[in-house]
Design a protein around this ligand. Structure first.
Ligand SMILES: *Cc1c(COP(=O)(O)O)cnc(C)c1O
Length: 358
């Protein structure tokens, strides 16, 4: 605290990202990063980039990136907005669409950054309980709202909603923005991008951080009809005209150009995920189905926080959330097969772990 702060800053509860350890050689399965390198073209762009170009400001519209995204996604470029990570795109969307009289409706268990943005912008939140199986119950969401936001697939549960349920929500909820955060969609979810033409109040966000192995470059984007994109641009241009630097624009384009590599890496992670699921079940874990690059897993009799701490002593980092309703779960990012071997070995060394017959 400082007497020099604006008063509202005292009460903010900032988002706490997963630990980025300062020591090497840890098996890092705690922040849903991709274990594989980005597309080969990204390295080439970085190698060939001339530092002298950095004297100039980047293209404020990031047109090269927007146009390549338009080609990749098969949507017109007027339907696209890019930002410095999808976190920034989400922040601008909260400012542009959700500062309404009525509360923003969201699942009680989802990406915890939504609460932080709401707090920052003075937006009231109305949380909706998940179903007993941890799925999102869109059919119960109230029509009286200042907007609706959820992640699909959801985090940290990993569960995906079928597109029909999102369509049914959009048919009912026509007067406020519905934002679908698709950070993990490339690992098995159904994208709502194809609904954007039909629904003037739909915003879909995606990111290069997970499926494109570019968390360090910070690229996210929104897909929506042009009138909503204009709203996002008004906020962006009142905040930072140049959020996308030259390297992000050039390397982002190179990533998009290599569709074969992208599909290959996503499939590899999905295969490792399902192998890991079977191995964890044999060690006595209950797991939710996952359409993401992580597993949400609860051991039948060893408590989540204790397991997380034990794994840390073995050099394996996983994410644990202390809120009581999910305190027994671990969120385990899918790494390489070797990293998953290290996880399983570490778990097997726990004194209370018993391997079940296959
Ligand atoms: C990782 C993540 C993001 C943010 O991604 P960046 O593009 O790296 O900012 C947004 N939403 C969810 C649900 C995420 O898991």
């Amino acid at each position: 605290m400082s007497k020099f702060w604006s008063p509202q800053i005292n009460d903010l509860v900032p988002y706490t990202p997963g630990e980025q350890p300062k020591v090497a050689n840890l098996v890092k399965l705690n922040t849903n990063e991709n274990p594989y390198p980005p597309a080969h073209g990204v390295q080439k762009v970085l190698n060939e980039f001339e530092a002298d170009r950095l004297r100039l400001y980047p293209d404020p519209d990031a047109s090269a990136l927007i146009n390549e995204l338009a080609t990749t996604l098969g949507v017109p470029s007027e339907n696209l907005f890019v930002g410095n990570g999808s976190d920034e795109v989400l922040a601008h969307a909260f400012m542009a669409f959700f500062r309404q009289e009525k509360p923003l409706v969201k699942p009680d268990i989802t990406y915890s950054f939504y609460d932080v943005y709401a707090d920052l912008y003075g937006i009231k939140i109305e949380n909706q309980k998940l179903n007993d199986d941890f799925s999102i119950s869109l059919e119960n969401y109230p029509s009286d709202n200042g907007g609706i936001i959820f992640a699909n697939p959801n985090a940290p549960t990993g569960l995906a909603l079928p597109l029909e349920q999102i369509k049914a929500l959009l048919d009912r909820n026509t007067e406020t923005v519905v934002l679908v955060d698709e950070a993990y969609v490339d690992f098995g979810g159904e994208s709502a991008i194809e609904l954007v033409n039909q629904y003037p109040n739909l915003v879909v966000t995606q990111t290069f951080s997970k499926s494109r192995s570019l968390a360090g470059l910070r690229i996210g984007y929104a897909v929506a009809q042009p009138h909503l994109i204009d709203g996002l641009n008004r906020v962006k241009n009142s905040f930072n005209s140049y959020p996308m630097d030259m390297l992000a624009i050039a390397a982002g384009v190179a990533s998009l150009k290599d569709a074969d590599y992208f599909n290959e890496m996503c499939n590899k992670i999905i295969t490792t995920r399902e192998n890991t699921r079977a191995r964890l079940e044999r060690l006595g874990f209950n797991l939710l189905p996952s359409a993401t690059n992580f597993l949400f897993a609860e051991h039948k009799f060893i408590e989540g926080g204790e397991l997380m701490g034990y794994l840390r002593t073995k050099g394996v980092l996983v994410r644990h959330f202390s809120r009581p309703d999910i305190a027994n779960f671990l969120r385990i990012t899918i790494g390489t097969d070797a990293e998953m071997d290290a996880l399983i070995e570490a778990l097997k060394s726990h004194p209370d772990m018993v391997e079940l017959d296959a």
